[in-house]
Design a protein around this ligand. Structure first.
Ligand code: HEC
Length: 203
């Protein structure tokens, strides 16, 4: 009898703990992330107003590279504590600038909880489907607007601006472009384009 009640107490407190954790992750998300990472589907004309990539976009990129939840969470915790241009998986830092570091203002436990929550909820299936379809159409030639066999930072910005329905002048830097440009000649060639695609999917 004693054992049974102990079992009941443990089970109950266990599930109460889980519930408390998920509530907590939600409020961390609301208080610390949502201002920049909206959970909504964003209409093209709204894109210019964002402070950061929508949660759907962030998690599309993270999951493309890390389909495994544990690996994704490890990556995310490290990133949000101390973001850097060489760690970033998506090119958003050119558009918005780098995400501010949360080290010292967010505990590792909270970072884990909120990362796990994002992994579970995003991207929504309809976003993922549309994004995949849209991306499958992108080739080197689509980006190389003047067809000279090289993509300049300007062509890359113009291409991304058009895709996101924003003004290319609003781009803050070319940090991601510098990473793609492996030989550092200021241009992206087809082999660097392929390398970028491989790096994104981790293959
Ligand atoms: C002040 C705005 C801001 C806040 C607040 C913010 N982020 Fe970000 N985040 C950004 C921007 C901008 C980027 C894209 C640039 C980059 O990758 O650094 C980004 C990128 C990311 C990425 C993708 C990194 C990559 O490139 O692969 C993850 C994951 C992320 N944020 C998680 C979070 C989480 C979780 C929170 C809340 C704890 C959060 N962010 C809060 C602005 C913000």
């Amino acid at each position: 009898m004693k054992n049974i009640s102990l079992f009941v107490i443990l089970t109950l407190s266990g599930s109460a703990l889980l519930a408390a954790q998920s509530v907590d992750a939600k409020s961390i998300y609301k208080n610390r992330c949502m201002i920049c990472h909206t959970t909504k589907a964003v209409a093209p004309e709204e894109k210019g107003k964002l402070l950061g990539p929508p949660a759907d976009e962030v998690m599309y990129h993270v999951k493309e590279r890390y389909p495994d939840k544990e690996k994704a969470v490890v990556f995310m915790v490290d990133y949000i504590m101390q973001p850097s241009p060489d760690k970033a998986l998506c090119a958003s830092m050119d558009k918005f600038g780098l995400m501010p570091a949360m080290k010292g203002t967010l505990s590792p436990e909270d970072a884990r909880a909120v990362s796990a929550l994002m992994f579970e909820k995003f991207p929504r299936p309809d976003f993922a489907k549309a994004e995949k379809k849209d991306r499958s159409k992108i080739t080197f030639k689509t980006i190389d607007a003047n067809g000279d066999g090289f993509v300049t930072p300007e062509e890359f910005r113009n291409f991304r601006a058009k895709r996101n329905h924003i003004d290319p002048k609003t781009f803050k830097n070319d940090l991601y472009f510098k990473r793609i440009d492996l030989n550092g000649d200021g241009k992206m060639d087809p082999s660097e384009f392929e390398a970028m695609k491989r790096a994104r999917s981790g293959k």
